[in-house]
Design a protein around this ligand. Sequence first.
Ligand code: CAA
Length: 258
Amino acid sequence: MESRRIILSYPEENVALITFNRPEKLNALDLETRKEISFLLDEIEEDARCLIITGKGKAFAAGADIKEMSTRTSFEYLKISKYTTWLNHKIENLEIPVIAAINGYALGAGCELAMSCDIRIASKKARFGLPELNLGIMPGAGGTQKLPRFIGIGMAKRLIFTGEIINANVALRLGLIEEVVEHERLMERTLEIARIISRKPPLAIKLAKRAINATMSMPLEEGLKYELSLAALLFSTEDAREGLRAFIEKREPEFKGY
Ligand code: CAA
């Protein structure tokens, strides 16, 4: 499906790819773009086992659309939270893994969206930052909550208070992203990872993701109980029987998804 603002494609079986498609505006995330993504997520969750999000041109996404935001009232800002804060939350909790293939600028809302993905692979050309304070506003779709969890409170405060933009190697060192690759290899490498993920038993992936996400804010003991209940559940699946048997029989497993 192709539209003006985003392109949805399936580069491989079970792998969906969303590409932000407003390169002339550095893929600034306006409401229309966010709505288009939001409407597609349910379909993608059903049709794919892994989702990749990337941007066309020299940006992943250079933030929320500043022009569109320039007349926004507090009331309107709250009213569209379904497509900002809660869209990111939806991405974070999608039942399939989401990989951000960060090709360039990931600033403000673009960085927040990348932080909502499960894994971040970045090109050497990628740049990261939360420069909202330069505009007299502040991060409002997860930035102040997630950046400290990725890179620690002190460094998050430094980046948010100064609006400093960091390169991919610094982002990797800080733990904001998981891998940096040559720009030309970004999609190839991301697809490699997506392919590996898409061949895993889907129910096990779904429950492992749920175990990690749901327990991040729980005390360890509660988290361990939650994990145990999900892990036990998987022993009633065909895929667990198949995976365990295939190891013993020294062959590749054939997972069915149940
Ligand atoms: N919103 C709207 N348009 C944007 C944009 C944005 N966030 N970022 C870039 N653009 C537009 C520019 O206005 C320009 O359009 P025109 O050609 O029509 O003038 C085009 O994209 C190209 O941008 P530049 O000419 O500025 O490109 P550059 O290479 O010189 O600079 C940049 C790149 C440093 C990323 C610069 O564009 C920039 O600073 N962008 C804004 C980054 C930012 O502040 N993001 C945070 C926004 S607020 C937010 O995201 C949080 C929230 O919701 C609360």
